[in-house]
Ligand binder design. Sequence first.
Ligand SMILES: C[S@@+](CC[C@H](N)C(=O)[O-])C[C@H]1O[C@@H](n2cnc3c(N)ncnc32)[C@H](O)[C@@H]1O
Length: 215
Amino acid sequence: MYSGPVPKYVVKVSNPLEIGGSVWARYAEGTRGRDPMKFLGSALKLTDGQKGSGRLAIDLGCGAGNETLALLERGWWVHAVDGEPRVIEILDSRVSPGKSSRLTTEVAKFHEADLPEADLVFASLSIPFAGDNHDQSVGKALSAVKNGGWFVGVFFGQNDSWASEPDIAMTDRIQIASLFTDFDPIHIDEEEFDGPSGIGEKHWHWYVVSARRPI
Ligand SMILES: C[S@@+](CC[C@H](N)C(=O)[O-])C[C@H]1O[C@@H](n2cnc3c(N)ncnc32)[C@H](O)[C@@H]1O
């Protein structure tokens, strides 16, 4: 049974899985101020990231920016990307003036984003929502990882309750391995549990992938 932090938010929408519109703005409003997702802890451990020391992280699908703010707090520069403009406004409103010079933001779909080379590309619960552009979005994310840098991100598996949703991409270990051929090592942590989401209880099935581009 999964015991880590789970999203604690309520998004009231008629079709909660609609992509686009303002559902993600509501998600961001509902999650602003929560603790960073546990995946960020893994990323910080792998990159010795408690001290960002001027390195650059990309927060892909940054939402309210809880993880972006935690990275800025630790001295990272951050390029935060999200397809929903309101989400970026929310993030901008939360950054203290002393840290804003280390933040750049981009409103873009993942597969069209103009990403700088980064020491860490972090994608928490975001890339699966690229739907048909999933693999292209992964390719874009991975091409931004500099030599010696890390990707840490979450992908959804076939047993997830949302597997039948046409706009949400599911994957498996074989497909993940095929996307990360240039990376070594690759760690894939698979988790399944019943837990809350913005639309109530669901079955979560995800792969947390941590991978390094060799130097
Ligand atoms: C579930 S939220 C995750 C937010 C945050 N990373 C977290 O872990 O709480 C997904 C975010 O990805 C963004 N998003 C979804 N599909 C996208 C796409 N194809 N291109 C760009 N952003 C997208 C949404 O606007 C939303 O802010």
